[in-house]
Design a protein around this ligand. Structure first.
Ligand code: FAD
Length: 529
């Protein structure tokens, strides 16, 4: 994947996608699959917005049942199945436990019924079965949970993902199908003819140059920045997005072996404690945000709020701010509706402005494929009859596959393979022997890159120094840094540390890996030592 800026000004695209978060990335991927000539422009790094700040769940959203949003839950459970089957190296099943205490507003029978309904709605897309848990069983599973007044609980399954890499794989897949992609390319205006959008004015933030990029259609998938882009389209545009901030803490050691869904004391909201790469992800908050989306960050009061609640459930754990590995804050781009932030629907809409600019608003990560399909279908419809659009299908293509269902029955469902999808034929041991690496390193690469792990390993042929682990905190090897730059368009140390390799989430007292990446950055070709 090359960041080739001059080519963006050559000719005309069928579609410009503004925003390289999960929605933009998937729109670019599906539109390219439809035969459209696509450009995707991202002002920061791919997934640097909300799409790397999520709770990292591909889930039905059990709490939406309280709002009777059965259609959203069903759709999400179906997408969960498709993602689990299509991208198994990045989306994995995750068992959840809901403990219920005396005095909880959501009583045990409600939780039991809720989980039954959740399972029922998943229908043929069910992954694993729910289970009721007695107090003893629950404490056996999670011994560090508060015991006092515990009445029992329920167990069910959802899925966990690597949000930044899943987004990146969508971009890589789009590029593989012919799309042109660039990060650090910011849209700062729209080209118009007769009042209609015919492209964008963009600024290359690295090369410090302005560009005019032309396209038949333009769609903004800019999540929290939607109101800003609407203003660029028309200065009197009304705000369409409500922003709410969500903060997470990454705390050392896995406090639990299952993900916990807990009810907050203060406001009946739910929050999670989730095992994440050997540590714990605690979150999230949900508060209205009115500032600049570029400035969002975790504030001391957010951390205090999460610690206060976590202490209620883990009385023996001495939560301390100085122990925190990292925090991150993201913005939910919700449809502009009144009410409590957590009560606002997570549904999405695709709208077209007077100038013909398309925008996608709302939604959640889990249903990104469905959101992208809706967007591409709208675009294809609007392109019908437009001259010069080659190969545009009337509906966005989907691939159907038969899967082995939970109870051995075949299930026919959509298949959404990405850049690293597919079966890995070699065992880790074979690849370890071939490349002279520990098995655990090969397994680690298979988890991150899927079938593309071989591309990383091939970089080490004739360059044994690239086999060296860069630190003791993870099996990451030097070749991965090179791969991030050469194939995955990393442009800054943060692109590698935070999103390509996810090193920022790991407990690394020496910070040797981060220091190494930063110190090597300005050397020739950013090559590792
Ligand atoms: P973003 O990821 O924000 O992407 C928009 C992109 O547009 C950004 O990268 C930005 O840099 C770019 N951009 C902006 N302006 C311009 C411009 N002028 N030119 C070029 N590019 C521009 N959903 C789930 O399903 N599961 C979860 O567990 C989950 N947890 C969440 C937890 C939190 C705290 C939050 C905030 C959300 C969570 N969500 C979850 C929701 C989900 O993360 C979002 O719906 C999704 O990531 C939004 O993706 P997006 O592509 O619309 O936005």
């Amino acid at each position: 994947m090359q960041r080739d800026i001059p080519r963006f000004e050559k000719g005309q695209y069928d579609l410009i996608v503004v925003g390289g978060g999960i929605n933009g990335a998937a729109i670019a991927n599906i539109a390219s699959e439809s035969g459209l000539k696509v450009a995707i422009l991202e002002k920061g790094d791919f997934a640097s917005g909300t799409s790397s700040k999520s709770t990292k769940l591909i889930h039905g959203g059990i709490r939406y049942l309280e709002h009777f949003e059965f259609d959203l839950v069903y759709e999400s459970l179906k997408e969960r199945f498709i993602q689990l089957k299509s991208v198994p190296h990045l989306v994995k099943p995750l068992p959840f436990v809901i403990p219920v205490y005396k005095g909880d507003k959501r009583q045990l029978w409600m939780m039991t019924f809720g989980v039954w309904l959740y399972d029922f709605l998943s229908g043929q897309y069910k992954t694993s079965c729910r289970r009721n848990l007695s107090t003893e069983e629950l404490l056996k599973l999670e011994p560090s949970l508060k015991k006092e007044n515990l009445l029992g609980g329920v167990m069910y399954y959802d899925a966990q993902m690597d949000d930044a890499r899943l987004c990146l794989e969508n971009v890589l897949s789009a590029v593989h199908k012919g799309a042109h992609a660039a990060n650090y390319l910011k849209v700062q205006g729209f080209l118009k003819e007769n009042g209609k959008v015919v492209g964008v004015e963009a600024r290359d933030l690295l090369g410090k140059k302005n560009l005019a990029i032309r396209a038949r259609k333009t769609i903004c998938a800019v999540g929290p920045w939607t109101n800003e882009l609407l203003k660029l389209d028309h200065p009197f545009s009304r705000k369409k997005v409500r922003l709410t901030k969500g903060v997470h803490i990454v705390y050392p050691t896995a406090l639990t072996s299952h993900a916990l869904l807990l009810t907050l004391n203060k406001d009946r909201r739910i929050f999670f404690v989730i095992p994440w790469r050997g540590n714990s992800l605690i979150g999230t908050t949900d508060t209205d945000y009115v500032g600049d989306p570029d400035d969002v960050q975790a504030m001391p009061e957010d951390i205090q709020y999460l610690f206060d609640e976590a202490r209620r459930f883990f009385p023996a754990v001495d939560f301390k701010e100085e122990k925190i590995i990292t925090t991150f804050a993201g913005l939910r781009p919700l449809l502009r509706r009144a009410g409590l932030p957590s009560d606002v629907s997570r549904k999405h809409v695709v709208v077209e402005s007077f100038s013909g600019l398309f925008l996608v608003i709302g939604g959640k990560y889990t249903i990104y494929r469905k959101i992208a399909l809706d967007c591409v279908n709208r675009i294809l419809k609007s392109l019908q009859g437009v001259t010069g659009v080659a190969g545009a299908a009337p509906v966005a293509p989907t691939t159907i596959k038969t899967f082995q269902g939970n109870r051995g029955r075949p299930i026919v469902a959509d298949y959404y393979p990405l850049y690293g999808s597919g079966e890995i034929s070699d065992s880790p041991q074979i690849a370890a022997d071939r490349f002279g690496l520990p098995v655990k390193t090969v397994e680690y690469l298979m988890e991150k890159y899927g079938t593309r792990y071989l591309d990383v390993l091939k970089l080490t042929e004739g360059q044994p120094k690239l086999k060296k682990p860069i630190c003791t905190c993870s099996p990451t090897i030097a070749a991965q840094i090179l791969y991030s730059i050469q194939t995955e368009m990393a442009q800054t140390p943060e692109d590698i540390i935070d999103r390509r390799l996810g090193l920022a989430y790991l407990l690394c007292p020496s910070k040797q890996c981060e220091k190494l990446i930063r110190s090597q950055w300005f050397s020739d070709c950013h090559l590792p030592p």
